[in-house]
Ligand binder design. Structure first.
Ligand code: ZN
Length: 275
């Protein structure tokens, strides 16, 4: 079972706009419809950001709740809410969706450049997030954008703030942080705790596809979707999130990896099932 491959779809994100990608799901209704398509194409985890009506990112619990209810009415995909939010948000604001007790949530493991912006994650902020996730029964995805973030996660583990099995998101190619290169990915993977699950997340069209192949080759899991990449190939926008999931599923199967379905993810990552 542990060799099954988890495809996460990050369908909206905080930075992508409809001007960049007309098929971007923005409203809770669009997000639910896009999630169902991605699920049917082979995604078993949804990485969820939500937006206000005008398209700006929000961590408003009511909007998350509405999106989650609409998604739950359509399929049983595992839902991972973001706590990264957007670059200008306070930690308290970013943490809000965790109170909805999603099965998973992202936990950024360090301060990182985000192009010309930056997201602050000090160790005290990370401890606050890890505690809130533990109290709410939420499995963190430990997002690491650089080597130091992996070592920061080791500190949280040593302090007893994280419970096994660990799941890492190795986010590569954010401008100003570590690039995607196969040896960089391989090195980061070697520094993870023994037995940890991990998902390769390449940002940008070329890095996303390269990281997909790299992660499959190294036995990891993969993430696609408009948060990370809006293109199907150079200069050709993807028609939908599902089109990217379909390709990822096809490549995984060609490489002999069976796709995990949501019930497999729940067993592999020992998720606490929420209503
Ligand atoms: Zn995100």
């Amino acid at each position: 079972m542990d060799n099954k491959l988890i495809i996460t779809c990050a369908i909206t994100g905080a930075e992508t706009t409809k001007a960049m990608q007309p098929a971007l799901p923005v409203t809770p209704e669009e997000i639910a419809a896009g999630t169902l398509e991605a699920y049917e194409a082979g995604a078993s985890v949804l990485h969820l950001h939500v937006r206000k009506d005008d398209g700006t990112p929000t961590q408003d619990v009511a909007v998350f709740q509405k999106a989650i209810e609409l998604i739950r009415a359509k399929c049983d995909i595992v839902i991972e809410t973001t706590t990264g939010g957007a670059a200008w948000m306070t930690p308290e604001e970013r943490l809000q969706p965790v109170t909805l007790k999603p099965e998973m949530a992202s936990l950024d493991c360090g301060t990182v450049n985000f192009g010309d912006e930056y997201i602050v994650n000090t160790l005290p902020i990370m401890r606050q997030f890890a505690n809130a996730m533990r109290d709410n029964g939420v499995r963190p995805t430990l997002e690491c954008f650089d080597l130091g973030h992996v070592y920061a996660s080791h500190i949280l583990i040593k302090e007893g703030l994280l419970e096994e099995p660990y799941h890492y998101g190795l986010v590569l190619n954010v401008p100003g942080a570590a690039k995607y290169e196969v040896d960089v990915l391989e090195f980061l993977v070697r520094k993870l705790p023994k037995g940890a699950f991990w998902t390769g997340m390449g940002i940008g069209g070329k890095a996303n596809l390269d990281c997909l192949y790299g992660a499959i080759a190294l036995g990891g899991n993969i993430r696609v979707g408009f948060e990370d990449n809006i293109y199907y190939s150079k200069g050709r926008l993807a028609k939908s999130n599902a089109e990217l999931v379909e390709r990822a599923a096809r490549i995984a199967k060609d490489c002999g990896r069976e796709l995990a379905r949501p019930e497999d993810v729940r067993a592999m990552l020992k998720l606490r099932k929420h209503a």
